[in-house]
Design a protein around this ligand. Sequence first.
Ligand SMILES: [Ca+2]
Ligand SMILES: [Ca+2]
Length: 240
Amino acid sequence: MKKLFAIAAMAAMLFACGDNNEEGKKPVGGDDEGDVFVSPITIDGDFADWAGLDASKVAVAENAEGSKYGGLKLVKVYADEMYVNVYLEAYEDVEAGKPYHVNLCFNSDNSELTGGYAGVWTNAGVDYLAQGWINDGTVYGSYDPGVYPWVGEVGGDGWNWSTTEGQVDEGNGVAKGAGTVLGYEIQLTREMTPCQWEDTFTMGVSLTKEWGNFGVMPNATCTEEDPDGLAPQFVITIDK
Ligand SMILES: [Ca+2]
Ligand SMILES: [Ca+2]
């Protein structure tokens, strides 16, 4: 039930923001319990809240020395009852004039029999891409990505996402973010995405600079046997 109350509360907030008349101010659902989920992560550009999480429930990747795309120093992912929270940290601040985007690649159903985007991590199965800018080349802003379904072959590679069917367009409030590339936190509302979420799912994170891969996480050291330095995606279990 918590979920439903949280949705009702969000709907009430949206309604209240967009409408100042009497009707809009009435609480939706008339629930008095006030049982609204509050995430331990607040998107405010202050990262002390991350230190307060149970470390056993947070997936962490540090850049491997000699990785292929090593622009990101550290990425953490924590999924609570309602959100996927991501913290990322690059080695250096953005280069002025160049847009920086964050890609969240979700194998949300935890199955490699669906989705694709192979060749970036050792596993594929990515069903949806969330993509949005965090710095448009001039200023930092709140991450508000589009979410696009994989339309390539199952297990296939390449950049095959639908922007015309089954997607949520950028700017719909699916996620928000705060900080700079030297420390940036993201909170994505799972229920606002079209993804089918399993309690345990896998995902990868990448940062692009002027549309080219700049940091890919998790990653591994490039070797003769593994020239692309591929690592498995993060395995995330929702903390309920
Ligand atoms: Ca915070
Ligand atoms: Ca999948």
